[in-house]
Write a protein that binds this ligand. Structure first.
Ligand SMILES: Nc1ncnc2c1ncn2[C@@H]1O[C@H](COP(=O)(O)OP(=O)(O)OP(=O)(O)O)[C@@H](O)[C@H]1O
Length: 229
């Protein structure tokens, strides 16, 4: 199977000399379609840095990221932003919804940029909001929704443009444990039923328990990489 994302000897350094920080240090890994991967490790071990580089939101100091077998470094800025838009869904700890747009409009936005026709946009938004349990709340703005509901909108927004992979940076960190569990159940179901590939950066034991693969980072390096079942 063609990997969704591959990193080759990826490093990200900040500063120099005595103040050099190796946020990521020689990380090579392959994410296969259908995986439900948790990247774990102590605070400062490089989890967010790895996710940002994997999604082409940041550039490495050395090494390479390949998305669907294409090297990011060979893409122009425009090509990369189009590629990200069309192939990668992002979910962030702080939800990052657009406050002035409704739940439905937040989901519709990327499809507008993709040029998806209106009727198709509407169909996909309705189906996806129902899928994440938000039917009836399509017209609410983020501030009229709870944290868990906002994160559900973020999952719907990430899924609705039919990406190859969802990169989720500590998606449950701001949620109480029951709301976090419900959200995780929903993402796990999307993985199991629809084969959506997920990579999480997380401290959440519930995500670690469900993950099909656990990658442990320490000081910017992979300490352990276990696939289960
Ligand atoms: N812009 C930056 N400038 C300097 N150092 C940075 C920068 N961004 C990250 N770092 C450093 O890189 C290292 C890895 O940071 P990163 O945010 O990836 O860790 P993390 O594992 O996601 O941590 P947490 O679990 O606390 O979110 C840390 O030592 C951090 O201080």
């Amino acid at each position: 199977m063609k990997p969704v994302i591959e990193t080759r000897q990826l490093s990200k350094h900040y500063g120099a000399g005595d103040t050099l920080v190796k946020a990521l240090d020689d990380v090579s890994m392959v994410i296969q379609p259908g995986e439900f991967t948790a990247i774990v490790g102590p605070s400062g071990s490089g989890k967010s840095t790895l996710l940002q580089l994997m999604g082409g939101l940041d550039t490495p100091s050395t090494g390479e990221v390949r998305l669907s077998d294409k090297a990011i470094s060979l893409m122009s800025g425009r090509e990369l932003s189009d590629f990200r838009r069309d192939h990668i869904g992002f979910i962030f700890q702080a939800y990052n919804l657009i406050p002035v747009l409704s739940a439905a409009e937040n989901c519709e936005y990327i499809m507008l940029l993709q040029g998806v026709p209106k009727a198709e946009r509407q169909r996909r938004v309705d189906a996806m909001l129902a899928r994440v349990g938000l039917e009836g709340k399509a017209h609410r703005r983020p501030k009229e929704l709870s944290g868990g509901q906002q994160q559900r909108v973020a999952v719907a927004r990430a899924m609705v443009s039919q990406p190859d992979i969802i990169l989720a940076d500590e998606p449950t960190a701001n949620l109480d444990s029951q709301t976090g569990k419900d959200l995780l159940d929903m993402m796990h179901e999307l993985n199991q039923k629809e084969g959506m590939t997920f990579v999480f950066s997380t401290h959440d034991p519930m995500i670690m328990e469900r993950a099909s693969r656990l990658v442990q980072l320490r000081d910017g390096r992979i300490e352990q990489d276990d696939r289960r079942g």
